[in-house]
Design a protein around this ligand. Sequence first.
Ligand code: ADP
Ligand code: MG
Length: 223
Amino acid sequence: MALKAQGISKQFTRSGGGSFFAVKETDLELRPGELTVLMGRSGSGKSTLLNMLAGLSKPTTGRIFLEETDLYSLNDKELSKLRNRQIGVIPQGQTALHSLTVRQNVCLPGTMFNKENTVNEYADELLELLDIGLLGDSMPAELSGGELRRMSIARALINKPKLILADEPTGDLDDENTAIVFNALKQKAREGAAVLVVTHETGAESYADIMWRMNGGVLSFSG
Ligand code: ADP
Ligand code: MG
């Protein structure tokens, strides 16, 4: 699904007083079939931008369209329904429910919308794709940090989102795991999703169809 941001910005007020733009007015388009990489230093506004695109934070100015739908013209209920069905957000941290197995964790957002058996099959396919295919019956406490992270990624993909937004998905991973994650996201792009990966991984260029940079809230095209 194509996402188009037109003139979006985000202004924050600091607790001590004073306001500033974490993201300055910008346009951005994410197209189906493409993996877009956004690089930039810590504090440059990457997560703020991603959260706006994900429907989690209303821009101060501008509008965001997912196909024909103006995201922030929807009410909360409509927006969360659209988010659950169409947008896969991979957050910076981990989000395991420790009383559930790995497979159940991955299926959690899926069971609401699909038949249970197909969800389980697709969960196993995603675990396989992320090279943790043998861990479906394990408990999160038995997993390494890198395995937990990949489980969270599988969970974000369970509803076959048409738009995938990943915030530093490889932040705490070694090179081998980083390659697994980028290859999996690249495959989802090839299958037709629009994918945005925020990262400071220098090797990310080799996976990118499109590159952007963020510097002090200013987005610039970098190839
Ligand atoms: P990045 O993801 O590139 O590290 P962020 O988007 O998280 O950067 O943050 C950009 C800037 O906005 C930082 O200076 C940060 O302190 C500030 N910021 C982020 N969220 C808030 C908020 N909710 N309120 C005030 N300032 C914020
Ligand atoms: Mg961030």
